[in-house]
Structure formats: C-alpha cells, structure tokens
Design a binder for this molecule. Structure first.
Ligand code: PDD
Length: 284
C-alpha cells in the first residue's frame, strides 16, 4: 500500500508532500471519494466519479482528469486485489492564507489505497450486526457534497465508540438523515424505507444500488422521512457504505432491533448484492 498518486506522480507514501498553504489543509477546501476495487476492478466506479463531478462543481473547482486510467494504474502498482481507493482533490495552494478563492490555482490531486475485506464473498453468516447511537446532526447544510470537512462526523463517531457503539445515526429537525459515514434503511412489514436524496444527506452509491436491486427483485421500497420512533420500532435497520457493504443494526441506543438478530430481508438483499457483485467482477 506504499505507492500513492500525487499531482501526476506515483511515488512512495513517505515521499509525498503537500504545501502548508494548501487550501485543503487550511480550510478543508477539498472533496473526496472512497471507491472499492474488488480483484482489481472498480465497483460502481462510474457512479463514484459522477458524484465526484457533482462535488467539484459545487466547489467551482474546474478539473479535467482521467480518473479511470490514474486509479487503475495506482491499484495495479499496489498489487491489485481488494482495495479501497481514497482520492482527494483540493483547490490547491496560493502560497499564503487568504479566504477568497483564486480561480487560477492548480488543484492538488491525491490518491492512495487501503486493503478492504470482500464481505460479499465471505458470506452473510460472517456479518455481525452492529450497535448504533442516535445523536444530533451537527453538520452543515450541504451534506450532498462529499467534502473533507469531517470534524462533526469524527466527533459523533467518537461519541458512539465511547458508548460501545460502532456508528451514529444523525438527527436534524426531528428527522434522521444518515450515519456518520453511511446511509441507513429501515424495514417495516416487508417494505424498505430510506430518507430521500437532498442536501441533508450524501447520495450514497451503495444506497442507490440497494434501491435499484430492490426494484429489480420485487422488494417494495420507498424514500421517506424517518423519525426516531419509527427507527426504534422498525423490524430491521441497516446501514450501507462502499467500505462496509450492507450491515444490519441490532441495537439502537438501549433498544433492541426486532429480535436482535440479522433480519431476513437484510439476508435476502445481501445475497442479491453478492450475486450482482460477482457478476460485475467476473462477467458470469
Ligand atoms: N463514506 N453518507 C456519508 C456521510 C458517507 O461518508 C458515506 C461514505 C456514505 C455512503 O456512500 P457510499 O455508499 O457511496 O460509500 C453516506 C465513505 C465510505 C468514507 O467516508 O470513508
């Protein structure tokens, strides 16, 4: 995992340096993506790159870049296999600290890899349900942008860990938005629900695929506002993200979800997802 990409070069991580005046460092003036590669093949790469374009446009960062070639090369240099690729684009450095945007800056482009588990191929019986807390959503009002301003996310994750939980689901104006680094779903009487896309949540690529696969497999689903009462009374609760896949939630604060076991619809969706992932990777 030693080779990283930085501004046109593939170099050892310990030789990669960025200016102290980089606006990503000074202002979190930057966006990112996390993309899983299974057996060296990007999973829903196009969808991740579309979301990256959305984030870059929102920040008015103008960058033409061959992501597919660059990321494929980086994955290859890191031995292929199952990796998550982190990429970050900052607005660049003006050589001094000034708030106002200078449109002439050259964006900093950085990417690195980390090993990930291929949870789908390991199988549903290897997945352990998690505990979550519900806490206030302290983030800004443009959560559709995948920005590196992650301090609120990091603080709520820490709060969750201090309470023996693995994730926090966030609450704003009486409705639940998403997790600190994931989307969430509930199941009520066989129907799958998740909050609607908007500026309050990140449009998750895993979320979108779950909805797509639900439609293809005749699983009823709806996008709807979900409040705390509905969450704790749901038959099943799941979280989803590129790096963690689809994970059942078995406890919320002090409430046990359903019978405290991984749910039946979760199992079905996990198997559907596994088949989809296998087909995409192998073409079979
Ligand atoms: N996070 N919501 C938030 C706030 C996230 O940070 C993420 C992903 C998601 C799920 O998006 P996707 O299904 O496209 O991964 C939802 C990544 C994995 C991270 O920050 O590491």
């Amino acid at each position: 995992m030693d080779t990283v990409y930085l501004n046109g070069e593939y170099i050892p991580a310990d030789q990669a340096t960025v200016s102290v005046f980089d606006r990503g460092f000074l202002f979190s003036d930057s966006v990112y993506e996390v993309i899983p590669f299974y057996q060296g093949v990007g999973f829903r790469l196009e969808e991740h790159l579309q979301r990256l374009e959305h984030s870059l446009r929102a920040l008015r960062i103008d960058l033409k870049f061959d992501w597919v070639a660059t990321l494929s090369r980086l994955v290859e240099l890191n031995g292929g296999g199952n990796l998550s690729v982190y990429l970050q684009v900052t607005r660049g450095s003006a050589g001094k600290r000034v708030h106002a945007i200078d449109h002439h800056l050259r964006p900093t482009v950085f990417a690195c890899c980390q090993p990930i588990r291929d949870v789908y191929q390991e199988g549903a019986d290897k997945v352990e349900g998690i505990k979550v807390i519900v806490t206030a959503d302290l983030r800004w009002h443009r959560c559709d942008i995948k920005s590196t301003c992650l301090l609120p996310n990091i603080l709520v994750l820490q709060q969750a860990r201090e309470l023996g939980a693995q994730e926090a689901i966030l609450q704003r104006d009486g409705a639940l938005t998403e997790g600190a680094s994931c989307n969430f779903f509930i199941v009520e009487q066989g129907v799958l629900y998740t909050p609607p896309i908007g500026t309050e949540i990140l449009s998750g690529t895993t979320r979108a695929l779950i909805l797509e696969l639900a439609d293809q497999n005749g699983i009823p689903r709806q996008e709807a506002k979900i409040d705390y009462q509905r969450l704790i009374q749901a038959d099943e609760v799941w979280i989803s993200s590129s790096t963690r896949a689809i994970v059942p939630v078995v406890q919320i604060d002090d409430y046990v979800v359903g019978d405290g076991q991984n749910g039946l619809l979760w199992q079905r969706m996990f198997e559907i997802f596994t088949r989809y992932q296998h087909q995409l990777m192998t073409g079979e």
